[in-house]
Design a protein around this ligand. Structure first.
Ligand code: GUN
Ligand code: FE
Length: 427
């Protein structure tokens, strides 16, 4: 990894400036100054003459992608056990695998594979679930730190409705382990930060949620969890929390649902009633839209177009291993595909996502959770990805915009040939 105070990348540059606008510039320079983007230029301005230039040739250069939701311990079984719905899948596939992370040797082996693949992907920022194990979560953070990617990692909290092998024995133990974990990792890493991670309402007792709210306030932590993913899950939450008016209200009761001092990501949001959507909007909750997972687990189709129209913060998540692919370009194309089914089968008043909108949520929309990231507008963190599309030859001339759309559907890991995070070269 190399750092340089000023340098430029040269290639075919494409980036969002808002949800409807994708700027593309042929053979242009993106300049990095002290880790931030200093602008995109057709030729290097006078003040940047002489800075080092990495010439990416005819490749595409795009901002880094933000994966707002994925589970590192589940990377080991991606693409397996895909014939189940959420709750059965958790009990029969997910919880048994996550139990293995009590073994630090297993955790190191599994997390090394995960960290290496994430490093090579188009993702530059991510919000990641670990397991309930403190030591394994430390190992995950240590390995991710070395990748240079900027991530939030959560030790998972779960003190009810799990198997004996994957459940904290009491709310006290869950809270004490969380504090032990936070005290050991806070300030230890430059790139990896902790995020509070109650698994979802069915896994967390009221007593635990109260303690987590205190911890959130004391350590000023962001929060990540799951919301309104599956019909069976939603009705179970209603039974578990009869006093709450809707799923999100069960988080809100404990002050763990957004607001100025509690940045929050909720994954899925497939079955949010109107009041829940209203509350997410008021509280600035981020939606992590996970189209591939929602398809694999037959969860449903989230109304992303509605979220965008409502001005709700929206990003994309791979939700490994509900989703089987770590690729955020794939998440972008999946989001377009499922939005077409939503339009055709569920709500004919809302058109499918445009390519502009889908690319925006994969980069700038989710990127906002990390500050000014996900665009090459001046002042944004210099997170950049170089994409080579020569594996897919074409006979006809194509514009840069056409090549990006096409590669979003066709790409695989070979296409990612360079990556930068806040100006630091990852490869
Ligand atoms: N809800 C609670 N835990 C999980 C999980 O691991 N994956 C998904 N997709 N949903 C969940
Ligand atoms: Fe998930």
């Amino acid at each position: 990894m190399k750092q340089n105070s000023s340098f430029a990348l040269k290639g075919n540059v494409c980036f969002s400036t808002d949800k409807n606008t994708l700027v593309s510039r042929e053979h242009a320079y993106v300049v990095c100054e002290n880790g931030k983007c200093a602008g995109v230029f057709s030729s290097l301005p006078e003040k940047f003459q002489g800075i080092p230039v990495r010439d990416a040739g005819d490749s595409l250069i795009v901002p880094g992608f933000a994966d707002l939701h994925l589970h590192a311990p589940q990377y080991s079984f991606r693409g397996m056990g895909m014939d189940l719905e959420l709750l059965d899948w958790l009990n029969s596939v997910t919880f048994p695998e996550e139990s293995k992370y009590s073994d630090q040797e297993y955790a190191r082996k599994a997390y090394s594979i995960f960290a290496e693949d994430l490093k090579k992907s188009e993702t530059t920022r991510a919000c990641i679930f670990g397991t309930l194990h403190v030591e394994a979560t430390d190992i995950l953070m240590e390995l991710l730190e070395k990748t240079g990617l900027k991530t939030f990692v959560g030790k998972v909290n779960m003190d009810r409705n799990g198997p004996d092998t994957l459940q904290e024995k009491s709310a006290e133990i869950s809270a004490a382990d969380t504090i032990r974990w936070l005290d050991s990792c806070t300030g230890k890493y430059q790139n990896v930060k902790p995020i509070l991670t109650p698994r979802f309402i069915p896994s967390c007792s009221d007593e635990l949620m109260k303690k987590l709210a205190e911890i959130q306030k004391h350590y000023k932590l962001p929060v990540q969890s799951h919301l309104s993913e599956n019909p069976g899950e939603v009705s179970w939450v209603q039974e578990l929390c009869p006093e709450s008016s809707f799923y999100g209200d069960a988080y809100r009761q404990f002050d763990l649902f957004g607001g100025k001092d509690c940045p929050t990501i909720m994954a899925h949001c497939v079955y949010c009633p109107e009041e829940e959507i209203q509350l997410m909007k008021e509280q600035g909750v981020y939606v992590a839209h996970c189209p591939q997972s929602n398809t694999n687990l037959s969860s449903g189709i989230a109304p992303v177009k509605l979220y965008l129209e409502q001005g709700i913060h929206t990003g994309l998540g791979t939700d490994i291993a509900g989703g089987h692919s770590l690729s955020m370009l794939r998440a972008v194309s999946d989001s377009i595909q499922v939005s077409k089914l939503h339009w055709r089968y569920i709500d004919s008043n809302r058109k499918p996502l445009t390519f502009e909108e889908a690319f925006y949520i994969g980069t700038m929309g989710g990127g906002e959770f990390f500050g000014k990231t996900g665009s090459f507008l001046e002042g944004y963190e210099f997170d950049a990805v170089i994409l080579d599309d020569t594996y897919f030859p074409h006979p006809q001339p194509l514009t840069v915009r056409e090549r990006l759309e096409r590669l979003t559907y066709l790409s695989d890991a070979r296409c990612v040939t360079g990556k930068y995070v806040s100006g630091t070269e990852i490869f």
